[in-house]
Design a protein around this ligand. Structure first.
Ligand code: S3P
Length: 181
C-alpha cells in the first residue's frame, strides 16, 4: 500500500490551524503534528526566542528543515503549520494543502477577543506591529491561494464547522479523483 497522504493546514497567524488540526485528528484517528512545536523541540528554543536571538531568516531555515523531515518521515497525519510555512519548497510533497482563510480584520478581532489575547500576541514576533502584520497578510494572500488544494473560509465558523467543511471537501476531491481513473 502506498503512503497515506497527510493533510497540511496553512493560513495566517491566529486562524485556528492548531485547534483545527487537533479536532480533525480526534475525528479521524490520525495524529496531529504542529510544525512550530517540531521546530521548538528540534532547536530546544521557543519560536519567539529563535526570532530574537538568531533572526527570522534562521527560523525560515528551520521551517525548511522541518518540511524535509515531514516529507520523509510523516504520513497519515494532520499537520498544522506556522503562518509563513508556505515558503518551504516541498510543501505539496508533504500532503494535501488546505488553506484556512479569514480577512485580516476578523483575525485581529478574534485574537483581541480571546481570553488569552496578551499571550497569543506576545509569542508571535510578526504580530507586534498591526500595520506590518496587515501588510504581510495581503502579500501572502495570493501565495496561500496558489499553494492550496482546498480553501475554507473560517471567519465566523466554529472549529467543528471548519472541520465538517474540510472533511466534505476532501471527500468530494477524492471522489473526483477516483471517478477520473
Ligand atoms: C509566523 C507564524 C507563527 C510562527 C512564527 C512566524 C508567520 O505561527 O510560525 O511566529 O510567519 O506567520 P502561527 O501561524 O501558528 O501563529
Amino acid at each position: 500500500m502506498g503512503k497515506i497522504k497527510n493533510i497540511v493546514l496553512i493560513g495566517f497567524m491566529g486562524v485556528g490551524k492548531g485547534r483545527t488540526a487537533r479536532e480533525l485528528a480526534e475525528r479521524t484517528g490520525k495524529f496531529a503534528v504542529d510544525c512550530d512545536d517540531l521546530i521548538e523541540s528540534f532547536s530546544n528554543c521557543k519560536v519567539k526566542n529563535i526570532f530574537a536571538k538568531f533572526g527570522e531568516s534562521r527560523f525560515r531555515e528551520l521551517e525548511k528543515e522541518v518540511a524535509l523531515w515531514l516529507e520523509k518521515h510523516v504520513q497519515n497525519s494532520i499537520i498544522s503549520t506556522g503562518g509563513g510555512f508556505l515558503q518551504v519548497p516541498n510543501l505539496e510533497k508533504i500532503g494535501t494543502v488546505v488553506y484556512l482563510h479569514s480577512d485580516f480584520n476578523q483575525i485581529l478581532a478574534a485574537i483581541r477577543n480571546h481570553p488569552n489575547s496578551k499571550k497569543k500576541i506576545k509569542k508571535r514576533p510578526l504580530l507586534q506591529n498591526v500595520d506590518a502584520a496587515k501588510d504581510i497578510h495581503s502579500k501572502r494572500l495570493p501565495l496561500y491561494r496558489a499553494a492550496a488544494d482546498i480553501e475554507i473560509d473560517v471567519a465566523q465558523k466554529s472549529i467543528a464547522e471548519t472541520c465538517d467543511e474540510i472533511v466534505q471537501l476532501l471527500e468530494k476531491k477524492n471522489t473526483k479523483k477516483t471517478s477520473k481513473k
